[in-house]
Design a protein around this ligand. Structure first.
Ligand code: NAD
Length: 457
């Protein structure tokens, strides 16, 4: 369905847990030959897939925008990033794959990275193409087969586009399966013995379940989960720039980004002015169907999510927060909202809202800013805005996050960086850049003697 209009966009099949067993079997059968294929040949398939995305860019971007309720530029961003991810993956088969180790008497001694076998990828609705392909591409490039389960709300952007392009590029049959379905399909992937790792991106509650099941089955699991990201604004910051950063980080894609600004910790001497200016900006941001190309915000993904966002806003106001802008909606279009004087006991402070709500919390000192930033089960991203770089770095070093941005808001990702969070934002894994070898392969130690020799007994 298209969130902006409620129109039916496309009809797709729905996988069952039984389909998982079939897909995993077929993936495992295809994997051995794939891992043996010459590196240059494997690399070429990723370059071709990237070229297909380049060719299809406009059509894909427009559809992604409609399927995810996004502005066109967000759809274009997803395709551009996917191309970069594919090109980075194309270099993996040609990279160094291990270490020669110090020699042990009479043995040649080395360690190499070997594929895991079949990697199961489970992805969310918000940036479905990027969040699927960031695991699919490096997992395949490292020599694995993949079973991909996109979110059922975004099966095309998060699944079929990827399969279609790889198929046209000549990826051998059986190596990549797309199974659109719900939690039951994801759980079947965690259990299936022919799937050797799960790369999961989604909410913390679902991630906990996935982690538990994988733990029970001794399966490697990478969990990239939610966030409640602090943007700290110090009293010397340029206020207009700080407001622009706060608005962008809070409202981009309707706040439905794991790295969205979750709380703005503003020095008390400027907090009121910042909140007032942010509310003025929020009231000027047009909200509506992105197809009109006249809006800054589109719809949230579904009614359940809209109602949750609204309940958090209303509860916060009832508990004493000031509503400076927004707090209303029409259909799935939630007005950009500003809440000031939010306290740590309120849901708006504690929970990931995943909607266009800016949460302002005045702080009296750097110490209080750090304490309130770290007062969270999450630890994904943080930003600090100030003209005093030394103070920002000192402050940043005390924040418990996996992604730290000095003089920037909290939303940023690139093909070169390892992306991962601390605490309830993940389980210590990362995706992207140098982390991909670590995630999608494992060490194998190999020793070779000229000939076998005897032991004392
Ligand atoms: P979600 O957890 O509801 O769903 C994510 C995926 O998990 C979907 O494919 C869903 O079908 C599947 N799923 C749900 N329950 C499952 C279960 N029990 N077993 C197996 N699979 C299951 O998340 P969502 O609402 O689609 O996405 C939003 C969440 O994702 C937010 O919390 C956001 O912060 C997080 N997210 C994290 C990152 C990151 O890299 N850290 C990136 C994007 C989104």
């Amino acid at each position: 369905m298209e969130p902006a209009t409620g129109e039916l966009l496309v009809t797709v099949g729905k996988a069952s847990p039984a389909d998982v067993a079939h897909a995993a079997n077929s993936a495992l059968a295809a994997q051995a030959d794939w891992a043996k294929m010459l590196p240059r040949q494997r690399a070429g398939i990723f370059r071709k897939t990237a070229a297909i995305f380049e060719r299809e860019m406009e059509e894909m971007a427009a559809f992604i925008a409609r399927e995810t309720g996004a502005l066109l530029f967000k759809g274009q961003h997803e395709v551009r990033e996917a191309i970069e991810i594919l090109l980075a993956a194309s270099s993996m088969p040609l990279q160094t794959q291990g270490h020669v180790l110090p020699q042990v008497t009479g043995r040649f001694n080395f360690a190499r990275r070997v594929p895991l076998g079949v990697v199961g990828v489970i992805s969310p609705f918000n940036f479905p193409l990027i969040l699927s392909i960031r695991s699919v591409a490096p997992a395949l490039a490292a020599g694995n087969a993949v079973v991909l389960k996109p979110d059922p709300q975004t099966p095309v952007s998060g699944g079929f586009y990827i399969a279609k392009a790889f198929e046209e590029a000549g990826l051998p049959t059986g190596l990549l399966h797309v199974l659109p379905g719900g939690a039951e399909v994801g759980e079947a992937m965690c259990i299936d013995p022919n799937i050797h790792m799960i790369a999961f991106t989604g909410s913390t509650p679902a991630g906990r379940k996935v982690g538990e099941i994988c733990g029970r089955h001794l399966k490697k699991v990478a969990l990239e989960l939610g966030g409640k990201n602090a943007l700290i604004v110090l009293e010397d910051a340029d206020l207009d720039i700080a407001v622009s950063n706060a608005a962008w980080g809070s409202y981009l894609h309707q706040g439905q980004i794991c790295m969205s600004v979750g709380k703005i910790l503003a020095h008390a001497s400027i907090a009121e002015q910042l909140a007032t200016k942010l509310a003025e900006k929020a009231r000027c941001l047009p909200v509506g169907n992105p197809a009109t190309k006249q809006v800054a915000l589109g719809p949230v993904i579904n009614q359940r999510q809209r109602d949750r966002v609204h309940a958090i806003v209303q509860e916060s106001v009832a508990q004493g927060a000031s509503l400076l802008a927004g707090g209303t909606y029409r259909d799935l279009f939630y007005q950009p909202t500003v809440l000031n004087f939010v306290r740590p006991d309120m849901r708006a402070f504690k929970e990931e809202i995943f909607g266009p709500v800016a949460v302002v919390v005045p702080v009296a000192s750097d110490d209080e800013a750090i304490s309130l930033a770290n007062q969270s089960e999450f630890g994904l991203s943080a930003g600090v805005i100030t003209n005093d770089l030394g103070r920002a770095i000192a402050l940043g070093q005390r924040l418990h996050v996996g992604l730290l941005h000095i003089n920037d808001q909290t939303v940023a990702d690139d093909v070169v960086n390892p992306f991962g969070g601390r605490g309830a934002s993940g389980n210590g894994t990362s995706m992207g850049g140098p982390a991909d070898w670590e995630e999608y392969t494992q060490w194998q130690w190999v020793t070779i003697k000229n000939q076998a020799s005897s032991y004392p007994f």
